[in-house]
Design a protein. Structure first.
Length: 205
């Protein structure tokens, strides 16, 4: 997106004020539509406006350009040790510092399940609750969904992403200290995952 050669500082100030007002309104507010139209008009004045650019993209760009912080400050409670969750089980890996957690809805039931990599294996704990009230009382399962460790006693650090856009989560894992990197394609379905054999050199990584 390009700027106009002649920049109107007054329009910029107006745009900033309008955006600040807009981000305080709910979308169903009676003034939201008229104010958003005014923001579009001013945006067109300040920027080279593209007709196929969505309003949300325009608004995001303008917020960044005008230096408006639209993100409210967040506060966090004190951390809770995992052992404080009732009946939460975790298999002793011998070296607790090697635990690497990952949360993903691996079975597509609407809640986040719990994986953790360690030495010697990858472990899975199903969330038998729901997205609002998780329950991790299930016994940890080693080498879940036909997963096979790349070698004996790897300190695994798992991550999940649908890299091939087929609707299920594939597994990437690095190995602590060794620097090795492995890919396991999910050849199952969104509700019944299954991990194929490891690939070490994948996607030219």
């Amino acid at each position: 997106m390009k700027f106009k050669n002649t920049f109107n500082s007054r329009s910029k100030r107006q745009l900033k004020r309008k955006i600040e007002a807009l981000i305080t309104l709910q979308k169903n507010h009676s003034n939201y539509h008229s104010l958003s139209c005014e923001v579009k008009r001013l945006f067109n004045k300040v920027f080279q406006f593209s007709t196929n650019t969505t309003f949300q993209k325009c608004l995001s760009t303008a917020i960044l350009y005008c230096g408006i912080n639209s993100v409210n400050a967040q506060s966090f409670e004190a951390p809770i040790h995992i052992s404080e969750f009732a009946n939460f089980q975790i298999t002793d890996a011998g070296t607790p510092s090697m635990y690497k957690p990952a949360l993903v809805d691996i079975d597509n039931d609407g809640d986040l399940d719990f994986f953790y990599g360690s030495n010697p294996d990858l472990y899975f704990v199903e969330n038998t609750g729901d997205k609002n009230t998780p329950n991790f009382e299930s016994t940890p399962v080693a080498s879940p969904f036909d997963f096979k460790i790349p070698f004996d006693h790897p300190a695994l650090e798992p991550s999940f992403v649908d890299i091939d856009n087929d609707g299920d989560y594939d597994l990437f894992t690095s190995v602590y200290e060794y620097g090795d990197f492995y890919y396991y394609e999910n050849t199952g379905t969104p509700t019944a995952p299954q991990f194929a054999e490891k690939e070490k050199k994948c996607f030219w990584i």
